[in-house]
Structures are given as structure tokens and as C-alpha cells.
Ligand binder design. Structure first.
Ligand code: 5AD
Ligand code: SF4
Length: 443
């Protein structure tokens, strides 16, 4: 199929991993000669990158698909594609439920999408099993000074609520030499901040062949040594694999940011066991204590699920206790939703929806209160801010993030991509406000 002058539109649902996959998808489409358009109705290729972690994402997605159906009925030459975890989990059912869909593909099958788009048999519906690591494709970056780099794909854990092991397969790490070469290229292109992505980043490298085996902390040191990379972030580690070498790296490597996202999921050891998280409340709190000891100012964020099957009021209160005790800088909170084919979906004692919602409200209230308190430690300090652009709420101000990953809105003159020194004047649970120190720019 000739692609010159063709256009595409991608809608992304769900997690950061998916946004990253969408960037890969865009890079692939552009290398095939497609250009991105802002509106779905103008696109020759309409793509959806789906997520199945949360039910709400599915529902939103189905509403969007309705529009694609209408566009396709008006112009049958349009191609509608559905990729990502949801497509993977329902497989051929995509075509039964949505006969207007041309192509469905799982996460990591972006090269197959390219094959599909360049083949002549565009009328055939296709679904591709997953086999490739999408990390090797060119990537279109959202901002030229920040990039995501996928270091591994898949997950060897078996968390009973999670669909990832069945949709993304076993963990496959990319060789360190390949990652370093990629990040060197990014740095030469002006990238200052990289976020390393993987389902369980700190088990990175264990699957590599003997001569190439590199641990996650070794990988961090290799990336820290790359000229031009000012900030390294990663997401997500698994608490069971969060070893002291990685924690120490936060204190020792200048570009590794003072922020650790450490998914708790539940504060009750009984529920953690049912979740098959392989750590208990005490082990988790020990990890936190090590972080606080070695990197005292480190920001800690987390993921928490409320209403896991069998969660009692007493279990939930234990989650509240841990949240209170740790004092997270922010937390992603999820209402448990049974995912197709997962162990937890079949467990007895599913928690009634109104109980889940009520617990969620109490949890969010506590998370915000503690985050607000934690935020105050930045007030009066001068923080390094990577400038991202104008503030979303007040375009006369600038917006950026500190190394601890908090957003700052500030008065100043710095350009996007620059590191500014900002004196923090006030703080809420989610954002800081301040003023750029202009004197430091003269020096
Ligand atoms: N229900 C609710 N939350 C879930 N998550 C993963 N699976 C589920 C589920 N079935 C949450 C976990 C994970 C985050 C990315 O999504 O907290 O860390
Ligand atoms: Fe899912 Fe658990 Fe793997 Fe995270 S560690 S991707 S929650 S199975």
C-alpha cells in the first residue's frame, strides 16, 4: 500500500508503559511516511493503544471505538487498529465484538503493525501473537529533552490481580550495551532526562546470557556516566527486589533522582500473601527504613489497591497505617477490578462496590494529607527544576519538575529543557510554587 501523504491518529489509554509503546508506534508510522493529525476524523489510520489494568479505561475506549466505527462507515478505506493489553487479553474476540476493526495487536507487536500496514492485503483482519521487544524501534519523543527507554519487557511475577504476566509474557531484558548506545544517541540529540521502563526494573538483567549479565544498579552506573544525561528515573521496581545496591545508587550517582516509586498494593500481610506479592508488611517497611537511612530526602511514591477480595476493615486499616507511617509524596490509588483470567478474579469474598468506594475516599484523604505535609519540606529551599513549558493553569508562569518529581509552577525566564534554580515559596500536596533565582543565571 503506498503510504505517501497518509495520516494517522493514536489514542492512548492506561499506563506509562502504554504511552511509551505509543511513542514507538508513532516513530514506526513516521518512518513509513505517515504524518500525525490532531483529529481522528482526518486520519487514514486510526489506532487505539489499550490498557486492561483498569475497567474505566475499557469503558472509555469502547465509547471512542464507536466514533471510529462511524468514520469507517463513511470512508471504508480507513484502517482501524487496536493494540495493547486489552487487545491481547481478548484476542480474536475483538473482531467478533467490533467487526469494523482491521487489525489487533498485543503490546510489543508494533513491528507487526508495520508489516500489516505495508502489506497488500489490507482488507484481511489480523491478530498477532507477541514476540518482539518494541524497544528497538525508532521513537518519537514528546519533548526533545526527555525520553523513555524500555529496558525490559514482560514480568516473571505472578501477582494474582495482574494481567501483565499473561499479556506481556516472561521478562526479557535488553542488553546493557544496546541500552547505553541508545542513551548515548539520545544524549547527543539533546536529551537530559531518561526514564527507564520495565514491569519490574530491578530484576533487570537476570535473564541475560552469562557474559552479558548486568544488574540494575550496574546499569544505572553505566547510564550515569553518559555525558549530557542529567537525570535518571525508572519505574517500577518491585519491593522484593529493591536491594541495598540500588538504594545506595540514589545517594551515589549524581544523575539518579531522589525519588523511588515503591508499589505497596496493601499494608496487610494477609492480603499481600493473597496478592502473591512475596513480601509482607514488615519487609516492606524495612525497605522504606533503608531508603530513609541512606537517602534521607528521597521522595517515595506508591501504588495501592483497595477492595482486593477478602479485604476486611482491619486489613484496610493496616493499609492506612502504613500510608500514615511512610508518608508518601504521592500515591496512585486503584479500586480493585477483576481482570479476565487472573487468579484474583475468581477468589471468593469480592468486596461490594460501595465498600471499595468508601475505603478509596478514606485512603485518598490520608494520602493527600500526608503528601501535603511532606511537601512543606521544600518550602524555603532552592530546588533544581527541569523546565517543561508554560504552566497549565497560568500561562504567564513556567512549569517544570524537581528531581523529587514534584511539579513546580514558577515565575522566571528559563526555556523548556533548561535546568533552573527555583526558590520554593509554597507547597500543596501535588505542586510547588516559586520564583526562579535569576542571579544564578549570570554566574
Ligand atoms: N485492579 C486494580 N488495580 C490494579 N493494578 C493492577 N492490576 C489491578 C487490578 N486488577 C494496579 C496496581 C499496579 C498498578 C499499575 O495498577 O496497583 O501497581
Ligand atoms: Fe503485574 Fe506484579 Fe508484574 Fe507488576 S510485578 S507487572 S503487578 S505481575
Amino acid at each position: 500500500m503506498p503510504t505517501a501523504g497518509k495520516t494517522y491518529h493514536v489514542t492512548t489509554f492506561g499506563c506509562q508503559m502504554n504511552e511509551h509503546d505509543s511513542e514507538r508506534m508513532k516513530g514506526m508510522l513516521e518512518s513509513l511516511g505517515y504524518t500525525e493529525v490532531e483529529e481522528r476524523s482526518l486520519a487514514d489510520v486510526i489506532l487505539f493503544n489499550t490498557c486492561s489494568i483498569r475497567e474505566s479505561a475499557d469503558n472509555r475506549f469502547i465509547a471512542h471505538l464507536g466514533e471510529a466505527k462511524r468514520l469507517k462507515s463513511e470512508d471504508p478505506t480507513k484502517v482501524v487498529g487496536v493494540g495493547g493489553c486489552w487487545a491481547q487479553s481478548v484476542k480474536e474476540e475483538v473482531f467478533e465484538r467490533f467487526p469494523f476493526v482491521d487489525v489487533a495487536f498485543g503490546p510489543g507487536q508494533i513491528p507487526k503493525l508495520a508489516e500489516f500496514l505495508t502489506s497488500d492485503s489490507i482488507t484481511a483482519q489480523g491478530f498477532f501473537e507477541f514476540e518482539t521487544v518494541s524497544g528497538r524501534l525508532p521513537m518519537k519523543r514528546e519533548r526533545e529533552f526527555q525520553a523513555w527507554v524500555q529496558i525490559s519487557q514482560g514480568c516473571n511475577c505472578v501477582c494474582s490481580y495482574c494481567i501483565v504476566p499473561s499479556t506481556r509474557g516472561r521478562e526479557v531484558s535488553r542488553p546493557a550495551a544496546e541500552l547505553v548506545a541508545e542513551i548515548e544517541r539520545l544524549a547527543a540529540d539533546g536529551v537530559k532526562e531518561v526514564t527507564l521502563l520495565g514491569q519490574n526494573v530491578n530484576s533487570y538483567g537476570r535473564d541475560l546470557p552469562k557474559g552479558e549479565r548486568t544488574t540494575f544498579s550496574e546499569l544505572l552506573a553505566l547510564i550515569d556516566a553518559i555525558d549530557g544525561i542529567e537525570r535518571i528515573r525508572y519505574t517500577s521496581p518491585h519491593p522484593k527486589d529493591m536491594r541495598e545496591d540500588v538504594i545506595r545508587a540514589h545517594a551515589e550517582l549524581p544523575s539518579l533522582c531522589e525519588h523511588i516509586h515503591l508499589p505497596l498494593q496493601s499494608g496487610s500481610s494477609r492480603i499481600l500473601k493473597a496478592m502473591r506479592r512475596t513480601y509482607n508488611r514488615e519487609r516492606y517497611l524495612e525497605r522504606v527504613a533503608t531508603i530513609r537511612e541512606l537517602v534521607p530526602d528521597c521522595a517515595l511514591t506508591t501504588d495501592i489497591i483497595v477492595g482486593f477480595p477478602g479485604e476486611t476493615e482491619a486489613d484496610f486499616e493496616q493499609t492506612l497505617e502504613v500510608v500514615d507511617q511512610v508518608g508518601y509524596d504521592s500515591a496512585f490509588t486503584f479500586i480493585f477490578s477483576p481482570r479476565r483470567g487472573t487468579e484474583a478474579a475468581g477468589l471468593p469474598d469480592q468486596v461490594p462496590h460501595r465498600v471499595k468506594v468508601e475505603r478509596m475516599e478514606r485512603l485518598v484523604e490520608l494520602v493527600q494529607r500526608r503528601a501535603h505535609e511532606r511537601s512543606q519540606r521544600f518550602v524555603g529551599r532552592t530546588m533544581e527544576v527541569l523546565v517543561e513549558g508554560p504552566s497549565r493553569t497560568d500561562p504567564s508562569k513556567l512549569r517544570g519538575r524537581i528531581r523529587h518529581n514534584k511539579t513546580v509552577n514558577f515565575d522566571g525566564v528559563a526555556q523548556p529543557g533548561e535546568l533552573a534554580q527555583v526558590e520554593i515559596g509554597s507547597a500543596t500536596s501535588t505542586t510547588l510554587a516559586g520564583e526562579e533565582l535569576l542571579l544564578s543565571r549570570l554566574g
